[in-house]
Design a protein around this ligand. Structure first.
Ligand code: ZN
Length: 190
């Protein structure tokens, strides 16, 4: 499979994002509707921000010797379409028409393998702490752009990783303010 080289020739790479192509993707099933948005959070090491390790992980070049906790990540092949840093900077790793590897074993509305039909956004953070206003602003703007491109993603079809993998995943966690996000999103969509 050829790696998309340029963001300018694809509708599914957002111009507000810095495109850093990951090798962790594949094609979606034929004729599938993209109709779910999944919000995640991640930090590496846990609770530390502004370091290069998350991007390295999604790009497949993380040196797992950099921190003791990274031993769990050896051989892990994961990605997300988007990553929003604490300062609101947006990185895109996988074009949205392609399938990123963020949800794992998951189910939404009776359908399993949510990676097939969803877009995944990772917020830099932990499942127990709050997110920054710059992150909410970037997330709201990005969500609006995604919803315009994929109108089957309605506000009701925006969920947390914990909603589609209950008992296995806890992100984006108790610090993620769904009310604030949905309220700001409603304004963005006006
Ligand atoms: Zn997650």
């Amino acid at each position: 499979m050829t790696q998309p080289q340029s963001s300018s020739d694809r509708h599914d790479i957002l111009t507000d994002a810095v495109f850093k192509p990951s090798k962790f993707f594949n094609t979606r099933p034929d004729n599938i509707d993209i109709d779910l948005l999944v919000i995640h959070c991640i930090s590496l090491p846990e609770g530390e921000y502004g370091l290069p390790y998350i991007e390295d992980l999604f790009l497949g070049c993380l040196d797992c010797n950099q921190h003791a906790s990274f031993a769990d990540l050896v051989g892990l092949e994961v990605s997300a379409h988007f990553f929003i840093k604490r300062n609101g900077e947006i990185i895109q790793f996988v074009p949205m028409d392609l399938r990123a590897w963020h949800a794992g074993v998951s189910k939404f509305d009776g359908r399993s393998n949510c990676n097939d039909f969803s877009i995944g956004i990772e917020l830099e953070g932990t499942d127990k702490s709050e997110f920054t206003q710059l992150q909410y602003q970037a997330l709201v703007k990005t969500t609006g752009q995604i919803m315009r491109l994929y109108p089957k993603i309605t506000p009701e079809r925006i969920v947390g990783h914990s909603d589609i993998a209950p008992g296995r995943k806890t992100d984006p966690g108790i610090g993620f303010n769904w009310g604030h996000y949905k309220q700001q999103l409603a304004k963005e969509l006006l």
